[in-house]
Design a protein around this ligand. Structure first.
Ligand code: NDP
Length: 234
């Protein structure tokens, strides 16, 4: 059965691959963007996730055009890397506000209709870095670890209403976000990954789509790694 799906940051990278996967199975798929072009098979809604009013307006528009959001994929995210000694409070806060509070804003807006409909799947795109840590990424890692506490608390709050909340934790994925890693770091990271390569966005998308489907109906509060084995044991 077709569902209404909202993917934040769905105009490129992993978010676009996720949106495409849902659209290909026949779902009604909306993506948020910040002014980018939107493929004609997706419904685009302009939204910056750091703006509560914009998040609320985006949900209202999607509900009006496509129906109640039954699957939320909180994917929008940024990095802003530097060592702790050089990290300003503004850089720390900006990453938290986008990656963690942005996801929370969307979840808060999504949960009411999901609970009323006794039907909902929330999927938060975290990172192996949230579990593993990474030098230079105190802001990003904290935001991605925070998504786990967020999802697990939602899982406990609304599980009895048939709403699930899960986390997908990718490792390195070939997108704009990883395209400008210095060459020597790229090689070192590949050496640390048991599968010896970065993931394609479609490999994350497939897991997200599965988590939103009937086969994953009894999974909630889980953290699913899609990292080629990089984070094993964490
Ligand atoms: P990209 O940089 O390719 O895309 C990021 C997306 O997030 C864009 O659509 C961007 O919009 C959107 N976005 C950023 N800030 C905001 C905001 N304030 N409001 C709304 N949208 C925003 O990243 P990826 O596709 O690589 O990453 C997607 C998610 O996966 C992120 O959460 C990232 O942390 C996570 N991830 C990525 C990994 C990787 O190796 N690539 C590994 C692990 C996790 P715009 O186009 O307007 O900038």
């Amino acid at each position: 059965m077709a569902r209404t799906v909202l993917v934040t940051g769905g105009n490129r990278g992993i978010g676009l691959a996720i949106a495409r996967a849902f659209a290909e199975r026949g779902d009604r798929v909306a993506i948020t963007h910040r002014g980018a072009a939107v493929p004609e098979y997706l419904y685009g809604v302009r939204c910056d996730v750091t703006d509560s009013a914009a998040v609320d307006a985006a949900f209202a528009e999607v509900e009006h055009e496509l129906g109640t959001v039954e699957v939320l994929v909180a994917n929008a995210g940024i990095t802003d890397s530097t060592l702790l000694t050089r990290m300003t409070e503004d850089r720390f806060t900006r990453v938290l506000d986008t990656n963690l509070t942005g996801a929370w804003r969307c979840a808060r807006r999504a949960v009411g209709p999901m609970v009323r409909g006794r039907n909902g799947r929330m999927i938060f795109i975290s990172s192996v870095v949230g579990l593993y840590g990474s030098a230079g990424l105190t802001n990003y890692a904290a935001s991605k670890a925070g998504l786990i506490g967020l999802a697990r608390s939602i899982a406990r709050e609304v599980g009895s209403r048939r709403v699930t909340a899960n986390v997908v934790a990718p490792g390195f994925v070939t997108t704009d976000m990883t395209s400008n890693l210095p060459q020597q770091y790229g090689a070192a990271y590949r050496d640390a990954i048991p599968l010896g390569r970065f993931a394609e966005p479609t490999e994350v998308a497939g897991v997200v789509e599965w988590l939103a489907g009937p086969a994953a109906g009894y999974i909630t509060g889980a953290v699913i790694p899609v990292d080629g084995g990089l984070g094993m044991g964490h």
